[in-house]
Design a protein around this ligand. Structure first.
Ligand code: MG
Length: 278
């Protein structure tokens, strides 16, 4: 089952079930559950539901979760990316945070701000927490996953390297693409045969199976919930494989007009085009 957040043709923010070229608008009749995050905490999540039917083409998508309580990103979680960045192996996951207002939807412009020369893509799997918890064990971790979505952890490499903390380079407005929708946890196939692929202008830049993560989804949930309560709607962005533009020869930084696609088998295809800030 697929869920998306969107604006309706009359400008109302809502969410619903995506079914082919239709969307069932669940938010319209559930004022007590105004956002997808609220709906995920309800007993209706994951079940067939009635609502007003809209055409998918008529809604304006929003980031899958427009208002997460927190977005925790994982750095250096694929071995080929650790190597290309010349980083040592780490015994614990490398984590940093992104603010919700750095996010945008599938189809929105990926903005190359006027103060950066080094906008780069990072194709990633986003895990959306469905059930809150603290001190979650690896064995129980997947019970806390509500769904999965493609994510582009768009990065300003110059701003990432101003100091040894990455926050500025990872938080520019309109650089964290999240969508087009999430699939419920049951829809993700065997991770060994589920591939994440990033393309720029149709050319493949990154490709890895989800089983190549150094710290698995289960290990990440166990570690993160060891220091913070994971809440419904929180997002864990699980790291990018090798092949980022910054490490290519010659380097490939994104410029206006570049089309970035991040596809995860059985999950979805996220597409954004780069626009230069005036
Ligand atoms: Mg990343």
């Amino acid at each position: 089952m697929k869920y998306a957040s969107f604006k309706t043709p009359d400008g109302r923010e809502s969410y619903g079930i995506v079914d082919g070229d239709r969307v069932i608008d669940l938010g319209a009749s559930r004022p007590q559950l105004p956002t997808l995050k609220d709906f995920m905490a309800s007993a209706e999540f994951g079940k067939a539901a009635n609502g007003k039917e809209l055409k998918f083409a008529d809604v304006k998508l929003l980031p899958v979760i427009p208002n997460p309580g927190k977005i925790i990103c994982v750095g250096l979680n694929y071995q080929d990316h650790v190597k290309e960045m010349n980083r040592p192996d780490s015994e614990k996951p490398v984590l940093f945070m992104r603010g919700a207002n750095s996010q945008m939807a599938h189809g929105d412009p990926l903005v190359r701000a006027k103060v950066t020369e080094k906008l780069d893509y990072e194709g990633e799997l986003a895990v959306i927490i469905g059930k809150p918890g603290r001190y979650i064990s690896k064995a129980d971790a997947l019970k806390h996953v509500g769904g999965y979505a493609p994510y582009n952890d768009g990065t300003m490499r110059d701003w990432q390297r101003h100091t040894h903390h990455w926050t500025p380079g990872k938080n520019f407005d309109n650089t964290g693409a999240f969508g087009p929708w999430m699939v419920t946890a049951d829809a993700l196939g065997d991770r060994a045969t589920t591939f994440l692929t990033t393309r720029v202008n149709g050319e493949q830049m990154q490709r890895a199976s989800l089983a190549q993560m150094i710290f698995s989804v289960e290990e990440l949930i166990e570690y993160i919930s060891g220091f913070t309560t994971l809440q419904t709607g929180d997002v864990i962005v699980t790291g990018t494989p090798g092949g980022v533009g910054d490490r290519r020869t010659p380097p490939l930084y994104l410029v206006a007009g570049d089309k970035v696609e991040i596809e995860i088998d059985g999950v979805g295809l996220l597409q954004n085009t780069v626009v230069q800030e005036a």
